[in-house]
Design a protein around this ligand. Structure first.
Ligand code: GLU
Length: 559
């Protein structure tokens, strides 16, 4: 009767290395007590999903804050789903969010002593371990065809038993080694399966760093570990890679929690210590159609792709701060008390993680972003805005570059003060809000839009008030804000605007409007909109000649 060793040699005649050779090649990392080795392990199947950014950020944070190591591993064993070139895109997009791992795959090269960090380049390593498992009698070749497995599923459905390849249903585990050798020699195609010793009626206690102790059904599935294309499945690659790369904390999406018993059994089968696990909450949204919560979906939600935040010009820090609010329930409070601290100063903890799927909340991100943008100095704002505009908005980039000084003055209106104005949610708001300051754009706006003057104010009144205002700029533009305010009031009175709302409301026939209405006439005339920022500052930036030119143009359009 043939032995498992003979079977292993037959399947892997070329594999000469042993597990202990690998242990020597990938020695302990010798980090200090409590240092976490974490990894981000995406598959190259498209763009960087917001959930993946979240996972990447958390993995990197736990490593860095504990004095450990984070690395990037590309999980490209499902070559059917792979989209060429997206590994590099992932690295680049993460970098835009300031996430750079300590070692691993960098798109065009690798760094670190525990590689290769791309799974498709690790086929030889997986084979060493599989050979060992076969020798130990913990793995075997399975010759079942797709049709065999389909039939098995139907039988299991009909009998109302748990589906899968296990126990009595795992046909190939019951072949003798001689039979297996015979089939292989006959050239029958096969995959390699793990031979489970579990029983799903037993419960095992597992520990999740976020969720605590959990009792889960033991694994009894003889899962495929090596596919017919010579590459491992996720479960097996996780075992081998995280062992030899010395990951001691696996942070991954909660969708993997149900596979944890498989992973625990795999580690036990090799007598290896399993890492700590932290299953992170999945980011959810409220579905507008059904009203139910569901996972953030790449097909339905624009916020599912991190490129959305980049294109819209949300400040990078804002997006990260927002994701931290999803991660730890005490983060917002910390942020309120530590406005000027760096995110690196925040200590992320397992205890404060939210347990159920975290709800993605765009208005909240918007608030965080507004707050952040309002606190930038004019130079910081200019720098970040210009760098964004160069990538995403040529028109804005050329406005800024046409006169940097002017741009800084514009965005400095009610900035750099104790309670700065929260005008901007994201950099893509900037162009529309400031374009009226630029003469050519103003002319275009004037042509394209009907000025929103109040229909209750007679055109002659508007014109005479505006002309009076325009002819008196030498005097009024040099006033300080309070003086200017009083001067405008006086001018209003002269043109029969009441200086108080109550007075106007009590005698609407006696007046043409009240003070705020005449300020609004100026605002609309110089900006074409009722929304412009503080008028006193706007006028100072435009200057006398340009204000006069605009008033003249406006009066012409009223003729
Ligand atoms: N490649 C897996 C995924 O993209 C990684 C999960 C893990 O971090 O272990 O979901």
């Amino acid at each position: 009767m043939a032995t498992n060793k003979e079977l292993a040699e037959l399947i892997f005649p070329d594999v000469k290395e042993t597990v202990s050779d690998l242990e020597k090649r990938y020695p302990d990392r010798n980090l200090k007590e409590g240092a976490f080795v974490t990894r981000f392990a995406p598959s190259p199947t498209g763009f960087l999903h917001t959930g993946s950014l979240f996972t990447a950020m958390i993995a990197d944070k736990f490593a860095k804050q504990s004095g450990g190591v984070s690395f990037f591993r590309l999980e490209d064993t499902d070559q059917k789903r792979e989209i060429e070139g997206t590994g590099l895109d992932l690295v680049r997009q993460l970098k835009k969010f300031g996430i750079v791992f300590d070692e691993g795959y960098y798109g065009d090269h690798e760094e670190g002593n525990y590689g290769p960090y791309v799974q498709s380049k690790r086929a030889d390593i997986y084979k060493v371990v599989i050979k060992e498992l076969i020798k130990k009698g913990r793995a075997y070749p399975c010759f079942c065809s797709k049709q065999d497995l389909d039939e098995l599923r139907l039988v299991q459905q009909a009998n109302n038993v748990i589906p899968g390849y296990y126990g009595e249903y795992a046909k190939c585990r019951h072949y003798s080694i001689d039979e297996m050798i015979k089939f292989i020699k006959e050239g029958k195609p096969y995959v390699i399966r793990f031979k489970s010793k579990g029983n799903h009626l037993n419960y095992i206690r597992v520990h999740d760093m976020i969720r605590g102790d959990l009792d889960l059904a033991e694994n009894d599935q003889d899962i495929v570990i090596l596919k017919s294309d010579g590459l491992p499945t996720y479960h097996f690659a996780h075992l081998v890679d995280d062992h030899f790369m010395h990951t001691n904390l696996v942070t991954r999406g909660e969708e993997w929690l149900s596979s944890l018993p498989i992973h625990i059994e795999l580690f036990a089968s090799m007598d290896w210590k399993a890492p700590y696990y932290a299953h992170l909450p999945v980011i959810m949204v409220n579905d507008l159609e059904t009203g139910n919560r569901r996972k953030l979906s790449k097909r339905k939600d624009k916020e599912a792709a991190t490129s959305f935040f980049l294109e819209q010009g949300y400040p990078i820090l804002g997006v990260k701060e927002y994701l931290y609010t999803i991660a730890n329930s005490n983060f917002e409070e910390w942020l309120d008390g530590n406005r000027n601290a760096s995110l690196d100063d925040f200590k992320l903890t397992f205890e404060k993680f939210s347990l159920d799927g975290a709800l993605f909340d765009l208005p909240k991100l918007t608030n965080i972003s507004k707050e952040l943008l309002s606190r930038l100095t004019k130079e910081e704002f200019k720098e970040q805005c210009l760098s964004w505009a160069k990538d995403y908005d040529d028109k804005l980039a050329s406005l800024i570059e046409s006169d940097v000084n002017k741009f800084e003055k514009i965005i400095n209106i009610e900035r750099e003060q104790e309670k700065p104005r929260k005008d901007y949610e994201k950099f893509s708001d900037v162009y529309n809000k400031i374009e009226f300051f630029y003469n050519d754009n103003y002319d275009k706006l004037l042509k394209e839009n009907k000025l929103p003057f109040s229909e209750f104010i007679n055109v002659d009144v508007i014109k005479s008030f505006l002309n009076d205002f325009a002819s008196d700029l030498d005097r009024t533009l040099n006033m300080d804000e309070t003086e200017w305010f009083n001067a405008m009031k006086e001018k209003g009175l002269k043109h029969n605007f009441a200086d108080d709302r109550k007075i106007y409301k009590a005698n609407p026939d006696k007046y043409v409007g009240w003070y705020a209405d005449c300020i609004s006439l100026i605002r609309i005339a110089v900006s074409t909109s009722t929304q412009a920022p503080k008028l006193y500052d706007v006028l100072k930036i435009l200057g006398k000649d340009e204000i006069q030119r605009r008033i003249e143009l406006v009066c012409k359009t009223l003729d």
